[in-house]
Design a protein around this ligand. Structure first.
Ligand SMILES: *Cc1c(COP(=O)(O)O)cnc(C)c1O
Length: 405
């Protein structure tokens, strides 16, 4: 019998829905056309399929299909939005406001912009993971052209107050961009309703294929433009050249349609499973903390810290459950997550965090299995830990002078 493997890392990527794969397959062979070929039926068929998918995706987010620019994923869409606005609106200013807890696709793009002469403000967040709206308002100045704030955080699932942020951007007359990769397809997301002008998202976080994503670019009031970052044949209304990934786009479209149809039912089921996972672990174990506010977060995510238990070590107590730990294992060093550090967690709690992200294909049995494995793993690690023993005996660990020789 093969070992059971349980996938609770859906924020990293989701499995592709089999119904999505089925719609893609004909576009690899039966319908091989290039959507830009205007002279024969193969091209027309491909173009028709892309148009259909564009409508499916636009429908999901309440946009016009002309406002959807296909890219290779959310990283490219983030780059196109931020660099594209920076170049297009350079005469208006050179300042961007973003958050310390953004995805690297946003943060590293902003760093590149700083190197090329731009100015970026990285706002901190509260312990709840939320932006402080007064700080945001105060950070916007005459030279500000863009505010980039993610819809939902990939590590904590915390959802930002999008409408309030949109209102501030409108009042100040600056563009509002959002990396909504973790939110689209999972919760209702409508950029126009909240005043988002540019929005990045991707297929593979919503049960679609990898390697295809989109940037929403608002076309009316205001008409937003971005400078292309990929030059060539002028595809995607000149904003993103390159032959379209027709099978990928078809799958992305189908994933959007399924998300729209099944969102309510998925959400209800996922909240129940997530809450049971969380409350069972908190009932079975002492000193378990939820990272980020529980009042505004995604239905399928919980990020928990198990005090004085090192996350990477804990993960080694079970090898058949896929989760993420707060310490990114970069080569030799174990750096705690910058997102959790930005929330103000100490080293101890940031190092002891585990992110559970459930998905459409998880079952109650998966949750049972995870509760059992985590309970045993944490108990085992604490049984072996002198630090935990001292902590339980009431030793003030802060005051201990650790001798190094
Ligand atoms: C996964 C992710 C990305 C990157 O998406 P790709 O399609 O893999 O490039 C960007 N932002 C957030 C918030 C993500 O979770």
């Amino acid at each position: 019998m093969s070992a059971k493997h349980i996938y609770l890392d859906n924020n990293s990527t989701t499995p592709t829905d089999p119904r999505v794969v089925d719609t893609m397959i004909p576009y690899f062979y039966e319908h091989p056309g290039n959507a830009a070929s205007r002279t024969h039926p193969f091209g027309w068929k491909a173009e028709e399929a892309v148009d259909y998918a564009r409508d499916q995706i636009a429908n999901l987010i309440g946009a016009d299909s002309k406002e959807i620019i296909f890219t290779s994923g959310a990283t490219e869409a983030d780059n196109l939005a931020i660099k594209g606005v920076y170049e297009m609106y350079s005469r208006k200013g050179n300042h961007i406001v973003t958050l310390q807890t953004e995805h690297k696709a946003v943060l590293d793009t902003c760093k590149k912009i700083e190197k090329s002469g731009g100015e970026v403000t990285y706002l901190s967040v509260g312990r709840n993971g939320l932006v402080d709206l007064d700080e945001l308002r105060a950070a916007i100045k005459d030279s500000t052209i863009l505010v980039s704030i993610m819809w939902a955080n990939n590590e904590t699932g915390v959802i930002q107050p999008m409408k309030e942020i949109g209102d501030i951007c409108k009042e100040k007359g600056v563009l509002f961009m959002s990396d909504a990769t973790q939110a689209v397809g999972k919760i209702p997301v409508n950029p126009k309703e909240v005043g988002v002008h540019l929005m990045a998202f991707t297929g593979h976080k919503m049960y679609g294929p990898k390697g295809v994503g989109a940037l929403f670019v608002n076309r009316k009031n205001p008409r937003v433009k971005v400078t292309a970052q990929m030059d060539g044949g002028g595809h995607e209304r000149g904003m993103r050249s390159g032959t379209l990934n027709v099978p990928g786009i078809v799958g992305f479209g189908k994933a959007a349609e399924l998300a729209q149809q099944e969102m309510a039912a998925d959400t209800e089921r996922l909240i129940k499973m997530r809450d049971r996972l969380e409350s069972s672990l908190m009932a079975n174990l002492e000193e378990v903390y939820i990272n980020g506010t529980v009042d505004s977060r995604m239905p399928h995510v919980t990020n928990l810290s198990f005090k004085h238990v090192e996350g990477e070590g804990l993960m080694m107590t079970f090898n058949n459950i896929a989760v993420s730990s707060g310490s990114a294992c970069t080569s030799a060093s174990l750096e705690p997550s910058y997102v959790l550090m930005a929330l103000g967690l100490g080293d101890d709690l940031a190092h002891s965090s585990i992110r559970f992200s459930l998905g459409r294909f998880n079952t109650d049995e998966d949750v049972d299995f995870a509760i059992d494995a985590l309970t045993k793993g944490v108990t085992h690690m604490r049984d072996l830990s002198p630090i935990w023993e001292m902590y339980k005996e009431g030793v003030d660990l802060e005051s201990v002078e650790w001798s190094a020789h």
